[in-house]
Write a protein that binds this ligand. Structure first.
Ligand SMILES: [Zn+2]
Length: 460
């Protein structure tokens, strides 16, 4: 996605001014912050700016440049001025566009994200015949971020934290509107290719790796081998690799068509969807532990938040200390409290590893907060909750997960220490993947990133 980012005014044109500040300086700082947030956090975006310093550039130069570059979106940042009493935020798209236009849809999304964070009166979504909206070939959007001649709005504009929040709101809107792919925030995601099927469809599959479990996509199960072979042929004609495996169920032999084996449930779900799209409606997934000798005891990557904790406290602590020897030893809290609430404490631990970057606290939350899951940390300057002890921090994390995982009342052995428990739509995310876009916004890959960490934990 190509974003043309335009801080309004500049150089000999200061824009509006008041209360000791100039529009051109505020718009430039917000735009640079937007660029920084987007390039740091998202993969599939390119940004060209109309200016990165205090330079003069005409409106036609800006729109010509965006058109020549063939940008996908034009984002123009401004501040307003009127009569010193008007205040608040508003944004614009071109007046010739309908409310059902694609540009209007983008406006809906970006507006909603900006007003969440900007602390300004909301003056609404508007349309106007501005040059940059009219002369651009791509969808274009212009925001007026407060009134510089109003003392209250100007007091906000002078704060670096406010400008950062406004930038974050715009960045969140762009990310949501264009479905940008978040960068992994910990170490790179593991690449665990599915085992290669044997070339001869008649032979059994190679043994899966001994570490971790596997999710196998079974595209049909037959009593007659010939029917299974026919299914394989049909799948291959649709571009889906498959082969036959035998399974003994209640003493009789079945011929199963295996169309892939994956180390994460999400990847298996994706393949299952492809198989079903190819017209195979009786396909299903089976979860298998890694090796014959440890069958039933080797941990697998789970999908639900509720469930048993598979790793020991020592395994959790050892995993994180390989990366950060100074990490606190929280494994026993995640193990025992996880078991009390019926939550997979080891996967919650993986979430804490992801949130705190191996307890190195490279995000907004500080070490001293004992806040391992970013509870209440909603923006770059909103550090969120603080808990008295590490145990309380883990307790709050698990209680927050419990709120998402189930509609059941919270078991009452421990006091409620999660300050946001009652803000959660109860039972709205029973799976780890389901936390995406809820625990972390926009965070479309959030749940998968937790499971990726967990996959590394069970691999030792
Ligand atoms: Zn302006």
């Amino acid at each position: 996605m190509k974003l043309y980012l335009d801080p309004g005014h500049g150089g000999t044109d200061p824009g509006a001014s008041g209360n000791g500040i100039r529009e051109k300086d505020i718009t430039l700082d917000i735009a640079l912050k937007i660029r920084n947030i987007l390039l740091t956090n998202y993969e599939n975006i390119e940004i060209k700016m109309s200016r990165t310093g205090d330079t003069t550039k005409s409106l036609s130069q800006r729109t010509n440049e965006a058109n020549a570059w063939d940008a996908d979106f034009y984002l123009s940042i401004h501040c307003n001025a009127a009569n010193s009493s008007a205040r608040g935020y508003e944004d614009y798209i071109y007046s010739g566009l309908s409310n059902s236009s694609r540009t209007a849809t983008y406006q809906d999304i970006i507006h909603a994200e900006v007003v969440k964070l900007n602390q300004l009166n909301n003056r609404g979504q508007k349309k106007a015949n501005f040059h940059v909206l009219r002369e651009t070939n791509m969808d274009a959007f212009l925001s007026e971020n407060g009134f510089i001649d109003n003392p209250q709005d100007a007091a906000l504009m002078k704060q670096d934290s406010w400008r950062q929040n406004v930038a974050q709101g715009h960045a969140n809107g762009i990310a949501k509107a264009f479905n940008l792919k978040a960068k992994a925030t910990t170490t790179p995601a593991p690449t665990t290719p599915a085992p290669k099927p044997p070339t001869n469809p008649g032979t059994p599959p190679t043994n899966p790796p001994t570490t971790g479990g596997l999710y196998k996509v079974i595209a049909g199960s037959f009593k007659a081998r010939a029917n299974a072979e026919e299914r394989v042929t049909r799948l291959r004609s649709k571009g889906i690799e498959a082969f036959v495996v035998t399974a003994t169920i209640s003493g009789s032999t079945w011929y199963r068509v295996q169309a892939g084996a994956f180390s994460t449930r999400a990847n298996a779900d994706t393949r299952l969807a492809a198989v079903k799209k190819a017209g195979i409606n009786d396909a299903f997934i089976i979860a298998e532990s890694g090796s014959q000798s440890t069958r039933g005891t080797t941990p697998v990557v789970p999908s639900t938040i509720l469930g048993p904790t598979q790793l020991s406290a020592e395994q959790m602590d050892r995993f994180v200390k390989k990366v950060n020897p100074n990490a606190p030893e929280l494994g026993s809290y995640y193990k025992t409290l996880g078991e009390y609430y019926g939550i997979r404490g080891d996967v919650a631990f993986a979430q804490a590893v992801h949130e705190t970057n191996y307890f190195r606290y490279t995000g907004v939350v500080n070490r001293g907060q004992n806040n391992y899951a970013g509870i209440g940390a909603t923006g770059p300057n909103v550090r969120g909750a603080t808990f008295a002890t590490p145990r309380d921090g883990v307790l709050a994390h698990l209680q927050h997960l419990y709120a998402y995982a189930t509609t059941q009342p919270l078991p009452n052995k421990y006091p409620l220490v999660d300050p946001r428990f009652n803000l959660v739509k109860r039972g709205s995310a029973p799976t780890w993947i389901g936390l995406s876009g809820k625990w972390a916004v926009p965070g479309t890959t959030y749940g998968q990133m937790i499971l990726d960490v967990y996959e590394k934990m069970i691999a030792g």
